[in-house]
Design a protein around this ligand. Structure first.
Ligand SMILES: Nc1ncnc2c1ncn2[C@@H]1O[C@H](COP(=O)(O)OP(=O)(O)OP(=O)(O)O)[C@@H](O)[C@H]1O
Ligand SMILES: [Mg+2]
Length: 283
């Protein structure tokens, strides 16, 4: 028996025939309409290969968590989904990233439209140096989603309500976004991301700079937002992945080692590497 077989035998058997990209075990509570299909995705920064043959199906209106040690390619992978890696000169990408059946790397794909459909929230809250109101209203105006002032006001209020921030800021909408606390700023950035009505929201360690109460608020928010949006989040916090994610993907040295129903990933991982990482044996 080779080492790989031995590893798999020691762990759970998959409960269905899988094709590349599918999770090892299905989560019965999750939605399974396909949002993003990634096939044989490889990415190099110069000569350094950062993503190796990634295959994953990401489902709509779920939370999918990406976990794995520092430098394993999680942020790089997220950036492939809205072509933010295009902004880095040394990058070369091979393989397919399909969103709602369309190849995002197709020359005909409108990058501005793509980034409207795939929003992003970063580790460090980064409000624009503008008012709370303008932080939300600016992008929808640029994308012609609102014309009249009343429409804009309504959209700003709705985005702030959906991000759980309205009650805290409704009386000071003209104050600078940067005057808010870190946790409030992160919710402002979430409000800004959802204001353009994206399909997918990418979150790269969205709570790692926040205190435990703000973190809990954002976790609750993710649970609510997944009713409207597909969320893909990166976290180094295993408890957070276990709490918020329907599916979890474990990355290691540029490879996606395991993609599984979150409960199975944390209770009975399919691969030894995922088990070692989750139980803190390395990473
Ligand atoms: N702009 C870049 N130019 C060159 N190499 C890069 C660049 N960004 C990332 N890399 C390299 O690609 C690999 C994956 O990095 P990435 O930032 O995707 O990891 P990560 O899993 O997000 O790590 P972390 O958990 O620390 O955020 C690393 O080897 C990193 O050094
Ligand atoms: Mg990262």
């Amino acid at each position: 028996m080779n080492q790989q077989t031995a590893q798999i035998d020691a762990h759970s058997a998959p409960n269905h025939e899988r094709s590349p990209g599918q999770p090892v075990n299905h989560n019965e509570d999750a939605n399974h309409a396909l949002s993003i299909r990634v096939r044989d995705l490889n990415l190099w920064y110069g000569n350094n290969q950062a993503l190796k043959n990634i295959n994953i199906d990401i489902y709509q209106k779920n939370v999918t968590a990406l976990i794995g040690p520092s430098g394993c390619g999680k942020s790089t992978f997220l950036r492939c989904l809205n072509r933010m890696n295009d902004l880095i000169r040394s990058v070369r990408v091979q393989g397919l990233v399909e969103m709602d059946g369309r190849d995002v790397n197709d020359a005909k794909m409108d990058e501005v439209a793509l980034r409207r459909r795939v929003g992003m929230v970063f580790q460090k809250p980064n409000p624009f140096p503008k008012s709370i109101y303008e932080n939300i209203a600016y992008a929808p105006r640029m994308h012609d989603l609102v014309s009249r002032k009343a429409e804009q006001d309504e959209l700003v209020e709705q985005a702030l309500r959906d991000a759980g921030l309205w009650n805290e800021v409704k009386d000071k909408l003209q104050e600078p976004g940067t005057s808010l606390s870190g946790g409030q700023q992160q919710r402002l950035c979430i409000a800004r991301a959802i204001a353009v009505k994206p399909d997918v929201i990418l979150m790269d360690e969205p709570t790692s700079a926040l205190d435990p109460i703000s973190t809990a608020t954002i976790e609750d928010l993710m649970d609510k937002l997944k009713k409207q949006f597909t969320i893909i989040t990166v976290t180094h916090n295993m408890q957070q992945a276990a709490r918020v994610a329907d599916y979890t993907a474990f990355f290691h040295l540029g490879e996606m080692i395991e993609y599984n129903d979150t409960r199975m990933m944390f209770s009975n991982p399919h691969t030894k590497k995922a088990e070692d990482y989750i139980t803190g044996r390395y990473g």
